[in-house]
Design a protein around this ligand. Structure first.
Ligand code: FAD
Ligand code: SF4
Ligand code: SF4
Length: 491
């Protein structure tokens, strides 16, 4: 049953009136109920693109902060890729000093309003939390990500955001290729040292996957745009519609254009396909294309958008990660009557965030587990009309530790569909490597770097998905920071 934000706030008010001025024992703290995230009613939200999770009220944040035991060893910090002082920022919330709280977070993270929304907390900081361990249920851990989002949103609502201090100009120029979380973070940290930074972005809008991939209903674009505005106020120049490897090569930047160092943060934007018959039919999309049409080109604004989107009734999305959930949930909002996620393992092996899977189910997305496509079938006009699926069962664990799906012989069956979205992963874009032979990459095309994010080329650094393969925002941000520190040292 859907509980409204108002009810959740009232419940929190009641709890708070009993515990607010008490000095609480650990037993009393673990007895405080976990604060659910208020969310738009599923029946309403499938008809709009607005953010689903609405964020804690002040009362809920104050209650949730009291669930933290302030563990001396703070195992949660180990689980955070950028090692935010988690007990420190939560303690400041409990003391109602939100300014101090956001200050503590910002010592380690540049993008808290983004990471508080999209970080896979349940497999990072919250997985290690003592409270979850006490309940033997990681879903009962302190809601660290929600609290992080709360203080970041508080800062934005109070217009408390300040522009970081910039040191006097050094006269040196650094190029940053790509404006995703890796590029944004590297650019900010390098600009603070007084170096001139130019960000080159292939698309007409900066922000990387946070703008073109993750939908508005999970990450409002205004938040990313605000981060970009801050960068511009720090005197960072952003050159859009500029494809390094075509407009200029990496070597041109270093040898002809006067850049003292380059950071490559070009991400993993090349979609993988299934390699089956029928993938060239009309109505088959990579999740990247589908989401880019909707998010970047605003195709969901059907009356005004210059880029149309395919009118679908029965959609099948192949994959089990966040990208698959985003594509399926976008399709339902675009008016599809039936949307299914097809995944060849079980829900336990799905890499998507638990919250995204739960939200997808609430929105009526069907889950066809232990199935995969063997063929896409077209009509006489070359449009998708059905998909031949095969059934799987789980065998022995494979190299990833997950049980290997084994195809059941003779299980082929045909299911009607007019749209197929392939969301089985992304690879790195090969353009920069193709035009810069000296740059060493591994067999997957990911740039090889040392512990300081330095590549095989002098003065060239790289980080984020182009190094890690498709990873996460917080990891990309962490790498941008590490590379910036190395570049600042070099210069
Ligand atoms: P990107 O964000 O990919 O940015 C790279 C930028 O470089 C792009 O803007 C691209 O246009 C530009 N570029 C590429 N080549 C060139 C070139 N030659 N010249 C100039 N510019 C170039 N992570 C999470 O943590 N949580 C989530 O919930 C989550 N959901 C996701 C949902 C989707 C649909 C997708 C696709 C990814 C999701 N991720 C999520 C992953 C996360 O977004 C990425 O790990 C992260 O954005 C990587 O950051 P990056 O800076 O390395 O690259
Ligand atoms: Fe947890 Fe991510 Fe925040 Fe780190 S950045 S504390 S992992 S939500
Ligand atoms: Fe608080 Fe959990 Fe971290 Fe302990 S492990 S300090 S309870 S968030």
């Amino acid at each position: 049953m859907h509980i409204s934000a108002e009810e959740l706030k009232k419940n929190a008010q009641l709890i708070l009136s009993e515990i607010k001025d008490k000095s609480l024992s650990n037993k009393e703290r673990t007895a405080i109920p976990l604060q659910e995230m208020p969310a738009q009613d599923p029946k309403i939200r499938i008809n709009n693109m607005e953010e689903v999770a609405q964020g804690y009220s002040r009362e809920q944040a104050l209650v949730e902060s009291r669930r933290c035991l302030q563990c001396a060893s703070a195992p949660c910090v180990e689980g955070c890729p950028v090692q935010i002082n988690i007990p420190g920022f939560i303690k400041a919330i409990e003391e109602e000093n939100f300014e101090k709280s956001i200050g503590v977070i910002k010592e380690a993270s540049l993008l808290p309003s983004i990471c508080g929304r999209v970080c896979p907390q349940e497999s990072q900081c919250q997985e290690k939390c003592t409270v979850g361990k006490i309940f033997k249920d990681p879903n009962k851990s302190v809601s660290i990500g929600r609290l992080e989002r709360f203080v970041a949103d508080w800062e934005a609502s109070e217009a408390k955001r300040s522009i970081p201090e910039i040191k006097p100009s050094t006269g040196k120029k650094v190029a940053v290729i790509g404006s995703g979380p890796a590029g944004i973070t590297a650019a900010a940290d390098i600009a603070k040292e007084g170096h001139e930074v130019v960000v080159f972005e292939a698309f007409h809008k900066p922000g990387g996957v946070m703008i073109y991939g993750i939908p508005e209903f999970r990450l409002p674009k205004k938040i990313v745009e605000d981060e970009i505005e801050t960068l511009k106020k720090m005197n960072v120049t952003i050159k859009q519609n500029f494809l390094v490897g075509r407009s200029r090569t990496l070597k041109d930047l270093l040898e002809k254009d006067g850049f003292s160092a380059v950071f490559i943060g070009t991400g993993a934007g090349l979609p993988k396909f299934m390699g089956i018959e029928g993938e060239n039919l009309v109505g088959v999309f990579s999740a990247n294309e589908y989401l880019t049409r909707s998010n970047l080109m605003k195709a969901y604004k059907k009356d005004t958008a210059a880029t149309p989107i395919y009118p679908s009734k029965k959609v099948m999305v192949f994959g089990g990660g966040n990208v698959a959930m985003d594509a399926a949930r976008t399709a339902i909002r675009l008016g599809a009557e039936e949307v299914s996620i097809v995944y060849r393992r079980t829900e336990a092996e799905m890499p998507a965030r638990i919250e995204e899977v739960a939200h997808a189910k609430e929105e009526g997305i069907k889950f066809r587990l232990l199935e995969n496509a063997s063929k896409i079938i077209g009509d006489e006009k070359g449009r998708v009309k059905a998909v031949e699926l095969v059934t799987f069962e789980l065998g022995e664990p494979d190299a990833s530790g997950r049980r290997r799906p084994v195809q059941v012989k003779g299980s082929e069956h045909v299911v009607e569909a007019d749209t197929v979205i392939v969301a089985i992963g992304n690879e790195s874009n090969p353009l920069i490597k193709q035009t810069t032979q000296e740059l060493e990459v591994n067999k997957y095309g990911n740039i090889i770097v040392d512990e300081n994010c330095k590549t095989s080329m002098d003065r060239v650094y790289a980080g984020g998905d182009i190094v890690l393969g498709a990873a996460t925002v917080i990891l990309a941000m962490g790498e941008g920071r590490k590379a910036a520190a190395a570049i600042n040292k070099l210069l």
